[in-house]
Ligand binder design. Structure first.
Ligand code: SAM
Length: 278
């Protein structure tokens, strides 16, 4: 592609997932808003809020302004399955990177959006240029897009990130445990893992309403708006097959994470799981 993303080797299920996101890439953002009635924005905002990136970036900025050497501390963030950049853009805004890139000041954060799908990354890069201007991507290194597989983050060194985020991505990965141990590997000691993902609704009444909505309305909307019922059917099914809150806690602990906890949002339709590397 003219964006220069290299193809990575993938197995069969991965290429199926890739096909799904290839076919939805262009309509992805509109569909997100429609299917969740805009709730995904609130869920992502909440992730940003509890990530405390804003206050961490402030602390880093303070140290940058007093440090004249080039060895400035940066908050390194890896947003895996980052798709069209929604989570990364929130971090960029919170850390005030755009103004810094205009005044050629040092960036307090560096965030890499990693996704298996080149089409999603291309949409993301186009959106980033439209939203933040070219200088953020061309002159500063605050925001980068890189194709890669959550299960094998071979382009990233051990202990290289302060924060790993994955939003609505983990359930698409073939081998979730492998992805979790890769997340653990690339985090620095003390680094934090955050996963925003659909989960299981514990309340039976709410669950019935939610099931009726997702099994009927979402594939229908997919057909009507994106002319692609199957991809959206797949998305709904993948939500039901994925681990519930407690199962994911266990899997994170098995991957080596400490102090693992989760927060339910919107009655458990989604949950944010967090864990730390010792
Ligand atoms: N994080 C973004 C958001 O919240 O808007 C995108 C979420 S989208 C539902 C899921 C993304 O996961 C897609 O962009 C897809 O290409 C990506 N994905 C699926 N399997 C992956 C894998 N094994 N490694 C990396 N990304 C993957």
């Amino acid at each position: 592609t003219h964006f220069g993303y290299e193809k990575v080797a993938v197995n069969e299920k991965e290429s199926r997932v890739r096909e799904v996101f290839d076919s939805v890439a262009d309509s992805y953002d509109v569909m997100n808003d429609l299917m969740s009635s805009g709730l995904h924005r609130y869920w992502k905002d909440y992730l940003l809020q509890i990530s405390a990136v804003e206050s961490m970036a402030k602390a880093v900025r303070r140290s940058i302004s007093t440090d004249q050497t080039d060895n400035n501390p940066l908050l390194h963030i890896l947003d895996v399955a980052g798709g069209t950049g929604d989570v990364a853009f929130r971090f960029i805004e919170a850390a005030n990177c755009v103004e810094r890139s205009k005044s050629s000041g040092k960036d307090p954060i560096r965030i890499t959006v990693c996704d298996i799908n080149a089409e999603m990354l291309q949409v993301g890069e186009r959106r980033a240029r439209a939203k933040f201007g070219n200088s953020l991507l061309d002159d500063s290194q605050a925001l980068q897009f890189q194709q890669g597989n959550a299960q094998d983050l071979c382009d990233f060194a051990d202990c290289s990130f302060d924060l790993y985020t994955i939003a609505f991505g983990l359930r698409n990965v073939t081998d979730v445990d492998k992805a979790l141990s890769e997340a653990h590997r690339v985090l620095k000691p003390g680094g934090r893992f955050m996963c925003l993902e659909f989960s299981q609704v514990p309340n039976p009444v709410l669950r019935q309403i939610y099931d009726a909505y997702s099994f009927n309305a979402i594939p229908a909307m997919g057909e009507f708006i994106a002319n692609d019922r199957h991809s959206y059917q797949y998305l709904v099914e993948s939500i039901r097959m994925f681990s519930n809150q407690d199962e994911l806690v266990l899997r994170m602990q098995q991957a080596g994470f400490q102090h693992v906890k989760y927060t339910n949002l919107t009655g458990g339709i989604v949950a944010i799981h967090e864990g730390w590397k010792d």
